[in-house]
Design a protein around this ligand. Sequence first.
Ligand code: GLC
Length: 473
Amino acid sequence: MSKTINVLFLAAEADPFIKVGGLGDVAGALPRELRALSTDELKLDVRLVLPKHPAVKAENLRPVGLFSVARGGSEVGVEAFETSLDGMPVYFIDGDPIRANGSVYSLDAKLDAEKYAFFSIAAIELTRHINFQPDVIHANDWHTALSVYVNLTKRWEAGAKHVAGIVTLHNLPFMGSDMSAIIESYGIKLAQTDLPDWARVLPLPLGMWASDAVVAVSPGYAGEVLTEEFGCGLQEFLSQRRETLSGILNGIDTLSFDPSVDKALGVNFNIETLKLRAENKELLQAKLGLARDPRAPLLGIVSRMDAQKGIDLAISALKTMKNINFQAVILGTGDPKLEESARELQTLFPEKIKAETRFDANLARQIYAGADMILMPSRYEPCGLAQMIAMRYGCPPVVRAVGGLKDTVIQNETGFTFEKAHHLSLAGAVKTAIKRYEDREKWSALQRNGMARDFSWQASAKKYLDLYQSLIK
Ligand code: GLC
Protein backbone atom coordinates (compact mmCIF):
# COMPACT_ATOMS: atom_id res chain seq x y z
CA MET A 1 0.00 0.00 0.00
CA SER A 2 1.28 3.45 -0.75
CA LYS A 3 2.07 5.87 2.03
CA THR A 4 1.86 9.65 2.07
CA ILE A 5 3.89 12.18 4.03
CA ASN A 6 2.11 15.50 4.39
CA VAL A 7 4.39 18.49 4.85
CA LEU A 8 3.39 22.06 5.57
CA PHE A 9 6.32 24.19 4.39
CA LEU A 10 6.33 27.78 5.65
CA ALA A 11 8.49 30.70 4.60
CA ALA A 12 8.44 34.49 4.48
CA GLU A 13 9.32 34.49 0.77
CA ALA A 14 9.50 32.07 -2.16
CA ASP A 15 10.47 32.52 -5.77
CA PRO A 16 8.64 33.15 -8.16
CA PHE A 17 5.97 34.81 -5.99
CA ILE A 18 8.15 37.07 -3.92
CA LYS A 19 11.91 37.09 -3.48
CA VAL A 20 14.21 39.26 -1.44
CA GLY A 21 17.20 36.98 -0.88
CA GLY A 22 18.52 33.43 -0.74
CA LEU A 23 15.65 32.22 1.43
CA GLY A 24 13.33 32.94 -1.49
CA ASP A 25 15.41 30.76 -3.79
CA VAL A 26 15.38 27.89 -1.32
CA ALA A 27 11.67 28.08 -0.46
CA GLY A 28 10.86 28.31 -4.17
CA ALA A 29 12.86 25.21 -5.06
CA LEU A 30 13.01 22.76 -2.15
CA PRO A 31 9.28 22.02 -1.71
CA ARG A 32 8.93 21.17 -5.41
CA GLU A 33 12.08 19.04 -5.37
CA LEU A 34 10.67 17.15 -2.41
CA ARG A 35 7.40 16.47 -4.24
CA ALA A 36 9.41 15.26 -7.23
CA LEU A 37 10.84 12.49 -5.03
CA SER A 38 7.38 10.90 -4.78
CA THR A 39 7.19 7.28 -5.91
CA ASP A 40 4.39 4.72 -6.20
CA GLU A 41 5.15 3.58 -2.66
CA LEU A 42 5.73 6.93 -1.04
CA LYS A 43 3.97 10.15 -1.89
CA LEU A 44 5.30 13.48 -0.63
CA ASP A 45 2.48 15.96 -0.42
CA VAL A 46 4.44 19.12 0.34
CA ARG A 47 2.45 22.35 0.41
CA LEU A 48 3.88 25.83 0.63
CA VAL A 49 2.36 28.61 2.75
CA LEU A 50 3.36 32.25 2.33
CA PRO A 51 2.14 35.60 3.65
CA LYS A 52 0.19 37.54 1.05
CA HIS A 53 2.58 40.49 1.13
CA PRO A 54 1.20 43.36 -0.94
CA ALA A 55 4.11 42.85 -3.38
CA VAL A 56 3.32 39.16 -3.99
CA LYS A 57 2.86 38.28 -7.66
CA ALA A 58 0.50 35.35 -7.99
CA GLU A 59 -2.11 34.39 -10.54
CA ASN A 60 -5.36 32.46 -10.29
CA LEU A 61 -5.74 32.93 -6.56
CA ARG A 62 -8.79 31.13 -5.33
CA PRO A 63 -10.26 31.82 -1.86
CA VAL A 64 -10.07 28.71 0.32
CA GLY A 65 -10.76 30.00 3.78
CA LEU A 66 -12.27 32.83 5.73
CA PHE A 67 -11.79 32.36 9.45
CA SER A 68 -10.41 34.13 12.47
CA VAL A 69 -7.97 33.61 15.28
CA ALA A 70 -8.82 34.66 18.81
CA ARG A 71 -6.78 37.46 20.29
CA GLY A 72 -7.46 39.07 23.65
CA GLY A 73 -11.22 39.54 23.76
CA SER A 74 -11.60 39.80 19.99
CA GLU A 75 -10.90 37.99 16.74
CA VAL A 76 -8.39 38.68 13.96
CA GLY A 77 -9.70 37.86 10.51
CA VAL A 78 -7.78 35.53 8.19
CA GLU A 79 -8.27 35.25 4.46
CA ALA A 80 -6.60 32.29 2.78
CA PHE A 81 -6.05 31.78 -0.94
CA GLU A 82 -4.71 28.92 -3.00
CA THR A 83 -2.86 28.68 -6.28
CA SER A 84 -0.58 26.05 -7.70
CA LEU A 85 3.02 25.94 -8.85
CA ASP A 86 3.94 22.98 -11.08
CA GLY A 87 1.12 21.06 -9.44
CA MET A 88 2.09 22.02 -5.89
CA PRO A 89 -0.63 23.69 -3.83
CA VAL A 90 0.55 27.09 -2.58
CA TYR A 91 -1.40 29.00 0.04
CA PHE A 92 -1.32 32.70 0.80
CA ILE A 93 -2.46 34.12 4.11
CA ASP A 94 -3.82 37.62 4.40
CA GLY A 95 -5.06 39.67 7.31
CA ASP A 96 -4.64 43.09 8.91
CA PRO A 97 -1.18 42.44 10.41
CA ILE A 98 0.10 41.51 6.94
CA ARG A 99 -1.61 44.38 5.16
CA ALA A 100 -0.35 46.86 7.79
CA ASN A 101 3.23 46.22 6.75
CA GLY A 102 4.02 46.89 3.13
CA SER A 103 7.40 45.23 2.81
CA VAL A 104 8.48 41.63 3.32
CA TYR A 105 10.96 42.69 6.01
CA SER A 106 10.37 46.02 7.68
CA LEU A 107 12.80 48.20 9.58
CA ASP A 108 10.14 48.34 12.28
CA ALA A 109 10.67 45.25 14.44
CA LYS A 110 7.21 45.59 16.02
CA LEU A 111 5.40 45.51 12.69
CA ASP A 112 7.38 42.43 11.67
CA ALA A 113 6.70 40.70 14.99
CA GLU A 114 2.95 41.30 14.60
CA LYS A 115 2.95 40.13 11.01
CA TYR A 116 4.93 36.94 11.40
CA ALA A 117 3.31 35.94 14.70
CA PHE A 118 -0.08 36.26 13.03
CA PHE A 119 1.14 34.41 9.94
CA SER A 120 2.67 31.52 11.91
CA ILE A 121 -0.48 31.03 13.98
CA ALA A 122 -2.89 31.43 11.06
CA ALA A 123 -0.91 28.95 8.93
CA ILE A 124 -1.35 26.23 11.55
CA GLU A 125 -5.07 27.06 11.79
CA LEU A 126 -5.33 26.91 8.00
CA THR A 127 -4.66 23.18 7.95
CA ARG A 128 -8.09 22.53 9.51
CA HIS A 129 -9.85 24.66 6.93
CA ILE A 130 -8.26 22.97 3.94
CA ASN A 131 -8.57 19.56 5.51
CA PHE A 132 -4.85 18.86 5.36
CA GLN A 133 -3.29 16.98 8.26
CA PRO A 134 0.44 17.59 8.28
CA ASP A 135 2.91 14.98 9.45
CA VAL A 136 5.63 17.61 9.39
CA ILE A 137 5.62 21.37 9.96
CA HIS A 138 8.72 22.71 8.24
CA ALA A 139 9.56 26.32 9.13
CA ASN A 140 12.35 28.54 7.86
CA ASP A 141 14.16 31.22 9.89
CA TRP A 142 12.64 33.34 12.65
CA HIS A 143 9.68 34.55 10.60
CA THR A 144 7.92 31.20 10.64
CA ALA A 145 9.68 29.41 13.53
CA LEU A 146 6.82 30.27 15.87
CA SER A 147 4.61 27.84 13.93
CA VAL A 148 6.72 24.99 15.27
CA TYR A 149 6.20 26.28 18.79
CA VAL A 150 2.46 26.65 18.21
CA ASN A 151 2.41 23.12 16.82
CA LEU A 152 3.93 21.85 20.06
CA THR A 153 1.45 23.72 22.24
CA LYS A 154 -1.34 22.05 20.21
CA ARG A 155 0.25 18.72 20.99
CA TRP A 156 0.03 19.57 24.68
CA GLU A 157 -3.73 19.82 24.24
CA ALA A 158 -5.32 16.47 24.93
CA GLY A 159 -5.51 14.00 22.12
CA ALA A 160 -3.55 15.86 19.46
CA LYS A 161 -1.37 13.61 17.34
CA HIS A 162 2.36 13.96 17.02
CA VAL A 163 3.30 16.31 14.21
CA ALA A 164 7.06 16.68 13.70
CA GLY A 165 8.48 20.21 13.73
CA ILE A 166 11.57 21.23 11.78
CA VAL A 167 13.30 24.60 11.67
CA THR A 168 15.75 25.27 8.88
CA LEU A 169 18.34 27.84 9.87
CA HIS A 170 19.34 30.20 7.06
CA ASN A 171 20.68 33.00 9.24
CA LEU A 172 21.05 32.53 13.00
CA PRO A 173 21.81 36.15 14.01
CA PHE A 174 18.29 37.15 12.95
CA MET A 175 16.14 35.74 15.75
CA GLY A 176 13.19 38.13 15.67
CA SER A 177 12.20 40.45 18.52
CA ASP A 178 10.45 39.95 21.86
CA MET A 179 7.12 38.31 21.01
CA SER A 180 6.04 37.33 24.52
CA ALA A 181 3.14 39.80 24.74
CA ILE A 182 1.90 38.99 21.24
CA ILE A 183 2.12 35.24 21.80
CA GLU A 184 0.20 35.45 25.06
CA SER A 185 -2.41 37.74 23.56
CA TYR A 186 -3.16 34.93 21.09
CA GLY A 187 -3.73 32.64 24.07
CA ILE A 188 -0.50 30.69 23.67
CA LYS A 189 1.47 30.02 26.83
CA LEU A 190 5.13 30.87 27.08
CA ALA A 191 6.84 27.67 28.21
CA GLN A 192 9.59 27.20 30.76
CA THR A 193 12.46 26.49 28.42
CA ASP A 194 16.14 25.77 28.89
CA LEU A 195 16.95 28.69 26.60
CA PRO A 196 19.05 31.56 27.95
CA ASP A 197 16.74 34.18 29.54
CA TRP A 198 17.07 36.72 26.74
CA ALA A 199 16.15 34.09 24.13
CA ARG A 200 12.98 32.78 25.81
CA VAL A 201 10.81 35.44 24.19
CA LEU A 202 12.27 35.32 20.67
CA PRO A 203 10.56 33.35 17.92
CA LEU A 204 13.61 31.62 16.41
CA PRO A 205 14.94 30.19 19.70
CA LEU A 206 11.40 29.22 20.75
CA GLY A 207 10.87 27.41 17.45
CA MET A 208 14.18 25.59 17.73
CA TRP A 209 13.39 24.68 21.32
CA ALA A 210 10.04 23.21 20.27
CA SER A 211 11.38 21.45 17.19
CA ASP A 212 12.24 17.81 16.64
CA ALA A 213 15.10 18.83 14.36
CA VAL A 214 17.08 21.92 13.45
CA VAL A 215 18.73 21.94 10.03
CA ALA A 216 21.46 24.40 9.12
CA VAL A 217 21.81 25.11 5.39
CA SER A 218 25.27 23.56 5.23
CA PRO A 219 27.19 21.01 7.30
CA GLY A 220 29.87 23.64 7.87
CA TYR A 221 27.38 26.09 9.38
CA ALA A 222 25.85 23.33 11.53
CA GLY A 223 29.27 22.92 13.12
CA GLU A 224 29.91 26.64 13.41
CA VAL A 225 26.71 27.50 15.30
CA LEU A 226 28.06 25.40 18.17
CA THR A 227 30.97 27.81 18.60
CA GLU A 228 31.18 31.13 20.38
CA GLU A 229 32.19 32.90 17.18
CA PHE A 230 29.06 31.95 15.23
CA GLY A 231 26.59 30.70 17.87
CA CYS A 232 25.17 34.14 18.73
CA GLY A 233 24.82 33.15 22.38
CA LEU A 234 22.91 29.94 21.63
CA GLN A 235 25.98 27.72 21.23
CA GLU A 236 25.45 25.98 24.56
CA PHE A 237 21.75 25.45 24.01
CA LEU A 238 22.44 24.05 20.54
CA SER A 239 25.31 21.91 21.81
CA GLN A 240 22.99 20.26 24.31
CA ARG A 241 20.71 19.27 21.44
CA ARG A 242 23.48 18.32 19.10
CA GLU A 243 21.81 15.04 18.08
CA THR A 244 18.85 16.91 16.61
CA LEU A 245 21.02 19.41 14.72
CA SER A 246 22.29 18.63 11.23
CA GLY A 247 23.46 20.42 8.12
CA ILE A 248 21.99 19.94 4.65
CA LEU A 249 23.57 21.92 1.85
CA ASN A 250 21.24 23.96 -0.34
CA GLY A 251 21.15 23.30 -4.04
CA ILE A 252 20.74 25.78 -6.88
CA ASP A 253 18.19 25.80 -9.66
CA THR A 254 20.31 24.07 -12.31
CA LEU A 255 17.63 24.48 -14.99
CA SER A 256 17.49 28.22 -14.64
CA PHE A 257 21.21 28.66 -13.97
CA ASP A 258 22.57 26.83 -16.97
CA PRO A 259 25.14 28.64 -19.14
CA SER A 260 24.29 26.46 -22.12
CA VAL A 261 20.75 27.87 -22.36
CA ASP A 262 20.70 31.03 -20.21
CA LYS A 263 18.93 33.67 -22.30
CA ALA A 264 20.63 36.55 -20.48
CA LEU A 265 23.99 35.63 -22.00
CA GLY A 266 25.34 36.89 -25.30
CA VAL A 267 26.89 33.50 -26.02
CA ASN A 268 25.89 30.18 -24.51
CA PHE A 269 28.57 27.66 -23.62
CA ASN A 270 29.22 24.49 -21.68
CA ILE A 271 32.19 22.57 -20.39
CA GLU A 272 33.07 21.37 -23.92
CA THR A 273 32.73 24.80 -25.51
CA LEU A 274 34.37 26.75 -22.68
CA LYS A 275 36.41 28.75 -25.21
CA LEU A 276 33.25 30.60 -26.22
CA ARG A 277 33.03 32.04 -22.72
CA ALA A 278 35.62 34.70 -23.68
CA GLU A 279 32.99 36.44 -25.81
CA ASN A 280 30.84 36.97 -22.74
CA LYS A 281 33.75 38.66 -21.02
CA GLU A 282 34.19 41.01 -23.94
CA LEU A 283 30.48 41.83 -23.99
CA LEU A 284 30.52 42.44 -20.26
CA GLN A 285 33.52 44.75 -20.50
CA ALA A 286 31.80 46.70 -23.27
CA LYS A 287 28.55 46.93 -21.34
CA LEU A 288 30.32 48.22 -18.23
CA GLY A 289 32.53 50.64 -20.14
CA LEU A 290 35.74 48.80 -19.26
CA ALA A 291 38.61 48.31 -21.71
CA ARG A 292 38.05 45.21 -23.85
CA ASP A 293 41.22 43.61 -22.61
CA PRO A 294 41.08 39.80 -22.69
CA ARG A 295 44.18 39.54 -20.49
CA ALA A 296 43.08 41.73 -17.59
CA PRO A 297 41.54 39.48 -14.93
CA LEU A 298 37.97 40.67 -14.37
CA LEU A 299 36.82 40.26 -10.77
CA GLY A 300 33.12 40.16 -9.94
CA ILE A 301 31.04 40.67 -6.83
CA VAL A 302 27.33 39.86 -6.93
CA SER A 303 25.94 40.33 -3.47
CA ARG A 304 23.67 41.99 -1.02
CA MET A 305 25.58 45.03 0.27
CA ASP A 306 25.82 43.88 3.82
CA ALA A 307 28.47 43.60 6.54
CA GLN A 308 27.76 39.84 6.62
CA LYS A 309 29.00 39.61 3.05
CA GLY A 310 32.28 41.42 3.82
CA ILE A 311 31.74 44.02 1.09
CA ASP A 312 33.80 46.49 3.14
CA LEU A 313 36.67 43.97 3.16
CA ALA A 314 36.46 43.63 -0.61
CA ILE A 315 36.52 47.39 -1.10
CA SER A 316 39.57 47.78 1.17
CA ALA A 317 41.30 44.86 -0.51
CA LEU A 318 40.83 46.30 -4.00
CA LYS A 319 42.24 49.63 -2.80
CA THR A 320 45.52 47.89 -1.90
CA MET A 321 45.86 46.51 -5.44
CA LYS A 322 46.73 49.77 -7.20
CA ASN A 323 49.74 48.35 -9.00
CA ILE A 324 48.09 45.22 -10.30
CA ASN A 325 46.43 44.94 -13.68
CA PHE A 326 42.82 43.93 -13.02
CA GLN A 327 39.25 45.04 -13.61
CA ALA A 328 36.34 44.66 -11.21
CA VAL A 329 32.58 45.00 -11.10
CA ILE A 330 30.50 45.20 -7.94
CA LEU A 331 26.76 44.54 -8.35
CA GLY A 332 24.29 44.77 -5.51
CA THR A 333 22.12 46.88 -3.25
CA GLY A 334 21.65 47.14 0.49
CA ASP A 335 23.37 49.18 3.16
CA PRO A 336 23.49 52.75 1.76
CA LYS A 337 26.93 53.31 3.33
CA LEU A 338 28.41 50.31 1.55
CA GLU A 339 26.76 51.32 -1.72
CA GLU A 340 28.36 54.73 -1.29
CA SER A 341 31.83 53.29 -0.65
CA ALA A 342 31.50 51.09 -3.72
CA ARG A 343 30.74 54.17 -5.80
CA GLU A 344 33.67 56.00 -4.20
CA LEU A 345 35.90 53.12 -5.19
CA GLN A 346 34.77 53.53 -8.79
CA THR A 347 35.64 57.24 -8.58
CA LEU A 348 39.10 56.33 -7.30
CA PHE A 349 39.71 53.80 -10.10
CA PRO A 350 37.38 54.85 -12.93
CA GLU A 351 39.29 52.83 -15.53
CA LYS A 352 39.31 49.63 -13.52
CA ILE A 353 36.29 49.39 -11.26
CA LYS A 354 32.56 49.68 -11.87
CA ALA A 355 30.01 49.90 -9.06
CA GLU A 356 26.48 48.94 -10.13
CA THR A 357 24.41 49.65 -7.04
CA ARG A 358 21.09 48.33 -8.27
CA PHE A 359 19.17 45.10 -8.62
CA ASP A 360 19.76 43.56 -12.05
CA ALA A 361 19.22 39.81 -12.40
CA ASN A 362 20.41 39.74 -16.01
CA LEU A 363 23.62 41.60 -15.27
CA ALA A 364 24.24 39.16 -12.41
CA ARG A 365 24.08 36.27 -14.89
CA GLN A 366 26.34 38.13 -17.32
CA ILE A 367 28.88 38.60 -14.55
CA TYR A 368 28.84 34.89 -13.65
CA ALA A 369 29.36 34.11 -17.34
CA GLY A 370 31.89 36.81 -18.18
CA ALA A 371 33.96 37.63 -15.09
CA ASP A 372 37.09 35.59 -14.42
CA MET A 373 36.52 35.13 -10.72
CA ILE A 374 33.92 35.97 -8.11
CA LEU A 375 34.82 37.31 -4.64
CA MET A 376 32.91 36.29 -1.49
CA PRO A 377 34.75 37.49 1.63
CA SER A 378 31.79 36.74 3.96
CA ARG A 379 32.12 37.20 7.71
CA TYR A 380 29.74 34.28 8.02
CA GLU A 381 27.87 32.38 5.31
CA PRO A 382 25.26 29.79 6.25
CA CYS A 383 25.30 28.44 2.69
CA GLY A 384 25.75 30.99 -0.07
CA LEU A 385 24.38 30.46 -3.55
CA ALA A 386 26.51 32.77 -5.71
CA GLN A 387 29.64 30.61 -5.40
CA MET A 388 27.75 27.56 -6.71
CA ILE A 389 26.21 29.48 -9.59
CA ALA A 390 29.59 31.03 -10.42
CA MET A 391 31.31 27.62 -10.55
CA ARG A 392 28.62 26.32 -12.85
CA TYR A 393 29.32 29.29 -15.14
CA GLY A 394 33.07 28.69 -15.21
CA CYS A 395 33.85 31.55 -12.82
CA PRO A 396 36.09 30.30 -9.98
CA PRO A 397 35.22 31.77 -6.56
CA VAL A 398 37.64 33.37 -4.11
CA VAL A 399 35.94 32.83 -0.76
CA ARG A 400 36.49 33.03 2.95
CA ALA A 401 36.58 29.49 4.36
CA VAL A 402 33.35 29.70 6.40
CA GLY A 403 30.02 27.85 6.46
CA GLY A 404 28.72 26.75 3.10
CA LEU A 405 31.58 28.45 1.27
CA LYS A 406 34.05 26.12 2.94
CA ASP A 407 31.83 23.15 2.07
CA THR A 408 31.49 23.97 -1.62
CA VAL A 409 34.75 25.54 -2.79
CA ILE A 410 37.84 23.34 -2.91
CA GLN A 411 41.08 25.25 -2.52
CA ASN A 412 43.18 25.13 -5.72
CA GLU A 413 40.77 22.73 -7.35
CA THR A 414 37.59 24.72 -7.94
CA GLY A 415 38.57 28.05 -6.43
CA PHE A 416 40.54 29.80 -3.69
CA THR A 417 39.92 30.08 0.02
CA PHE A 418 41.34 32.22 2.81
CA GLU A 419 40.88 32.08 6.57
CA LYS A 420 40.77 35.50 8.20
CA ALA A 421 38.01 38.08 7.82
CA HIS A 422 40.61 40.68 6.97
CA HIS A 423 41.04 42.66 3.75
CA LEU A 424 44.71 41.66 3.45
CA SER A 425 43.84 37.96 3.63
CA LEU A 426 41.38 38.49 0.82
CA ALA A 427 43.89 40.53 -1.18
CA GLY A 428 46.43 37.74 -0.72
CA ALA A 429 44.00 35.14 -2.04
CA VAL A 430 43.05 37.35 -5.01
CA LYS A 431 46.73 37.78 -5.87
CA THR A 432 47.25 34.02 -5.74
CA ALA A 433 44.25 33.60 -8.02
CA ILE A 434 45.54 36.22 -10.46
CA LYS A 435 48.89 34.46 -10.62
CA ARG A 436 47.15 31.21 -11.45
CA TYR A 437 45.04 33.01 -14.02
CA GLU A 438 48.17 33.83 -16.01
CA ASP A 439 48.64 30.11 -16.65
CA ARG A 440 45.74 29.59 -19.02
CA GLU A 441 45.87 25.82 -18.99
CA LYS A 442 45.81 25.57 -15.23
CA TRP A 443 43.07 28.16 -15.11
CA SER A 444 40.78 26.35 -17.51
CA ALA A 445 41.31 23.15 -15.49
CA LEU A 446 40.04 25.07 -12.45
CA GLN A 447 37.04 26.31 -14.41
CA ARG A 448 36.19 22.83 -15.66
CA ASN A 449 36.47 21.31 -12.21
CA GLY A 450 33.89 23.77 -10.94
CA MET A 451 31.58 23.30 -13.93
CA ALA A 452 31.62 19.54 -13.43
CA ARG A 453 30.36 19.73 -9.83
CA ASP A 454 26.76 18.73 -9.16
CA PHE A 455 24.94 21.44 -7.21
CA SER A 456 21.42 20.31 -8.07
CA TRP A 457 18.71 20.15 -5.42
CA GLN A 458 18.07 16.46 -5.71
CA ALA A 459 20.70 15.28 -3.24
CA SER A 460 19.60 17.85 -0.65
CA ALA A 461 15.93 17.00 -1.07
CA LYS A 462 16.70 13.32 -0.45
CA LYS A 463 18.40 14.23 2.81
CA TYR A 464 15.36 16.21 3.93
CA LEU A 465 13.17 13.26 3.03
CA ASP A 466 15.35 10.93 5.13
CA LEU A 467 14.98 13.37 8.00
CA TYR A 468 11.19 13.51 7.63
CA GLN A 469 11.02 9.73 7.66
CA SER A 470 13.21 9.45 10.73
CA LEU A 471 10.96 11.87 12.61
CA ILE A 472 7.52 10.46 11.82
CA LYS A 473 8.08 6.76 12.42
C1 GLC B 1 20.68 33.33 3.91
C2 GLC B 1 22.16 33.07 4.15
C3 GLC B 1 22.83 32.44 2.93
C4 GLC B 1 22.01 31.26 2.43
C5 GLC B 1 20.56 31.67 2.20
C6 GLC B 1 19.70 30.49 1.77
O1 GLC B 1 20.52 34.37 3.02
O2 GLC B 1 22.83 34.27 4.50
O3 GLC B 1 24.12 32.01 3.25
O4 GLC B 1 22.56 30.79 1.21
O5 GLC B 1 20.02 32.17 3.39
O6 GLC B 1 19.72 29.44 2.67
